[in-house]
Every structure is written in C-alpha cells, then in structure tokens.
Design a binder for this molecule. Sequence first.
Ligand code: 5GP
Ligand code: ZN
Length: 137
Amino acid sequence: MKTKRNPNCIFCQIIEGKIPCYKIYEDETTLAFLDISKDVEGHTLVIPKKHQASMQDATNCTLHNVFKTVNKICKHYYAKGYTGMRIQINSGETVGQSVHHLHVHILPTKATQPLKEPATKPLQINLEELANLLRLP
Ligand code: 5GP
Ligand code: ZN
C-alpha cells in the first residue's frame, strides 16, 4: 500500500517502528496503541497509517478505516469488562491537539473507574502488562 508519512511526525515514527509503542491492534491502514500519558486505564489512540494532520484534511476513506478500527476495539474492550467508552478527537490547536497526525482517543471506563476530569496525576499503570491483556489478535 502507498503511504504518505511525515518524517517530523511522532506518530509517523511510531508507525515506522522508529519509536516504540504498546500496540493493541494493527491492520493495513490503521494502528492502535496505548496512550503514554497514564491518565485513564486503557486510554488508546487509533491513527491512520497515512499522515493526515487533522479533520481538516482527513479523507472519507481514512475516517472509514479509522472508525472501523475504533469500533472493533470498543467491542473488544466491552468484552474485556469495560462498560463505557468516550471517543474523542481533538482537531486543531485551539481544542488542544498537540500531535498533528489525526488520532481518535478511546477512553474506556468502568463503574469502579469513572473518568476524572481533569485528570489529576498519572495512574499506576504498567502499560506493557495492560497492552498484553488488551491486545487484539
Ligand atoms: P492530542 O492532545 O493531540 O489530542 O493527543 C495527543 C496524545 O498523544 C496525548 O494524549 C499524548 O499523551 C499522546 N502521546 C504523545 N506522544 C506520545 C508517544 O510518543 N507515545 C504515545 N503512546 N502517546 C503519545
Ligand atoms: Zn504523521
């Protein structure tokens, strides 16, 4: 598949394997991995493998592929015991987009782990162990 990457983009570097990540799922057009911030257990990012900065330049095809993966992961996380997911896209710096490669946040929650807003301090999470538990085949 032809891909368009931006060498200065941290998520493009993750796709290329130049920066490690805790992978949850990958297919031909998308990659999902745990967010590094440890603000919410299971916080997952879904990205297209083609570099598109934000919703301003996202194509229908990219959004279709990305949301297909979001849907797949959410179903899997429900099966793993999470009971709710917040799905969020920050598009543009004025809403806090800090990485300019389109990404969908999946914020899973449970009755025992409600979302705290704003997040206080990083949770005690071992991302490697969590990724091993949540990874899709
Ligand atoms: P934004 O604020 O752009 O919507 O979200 C960017 C997200 O990317 C943040 O939640 C941040 O924690 C995450 N992030 C930034 N750099 C890295 C990284 O190198 N690895 C991973 N796994 N997540 C990252
Ligand atoms: Zn990129």
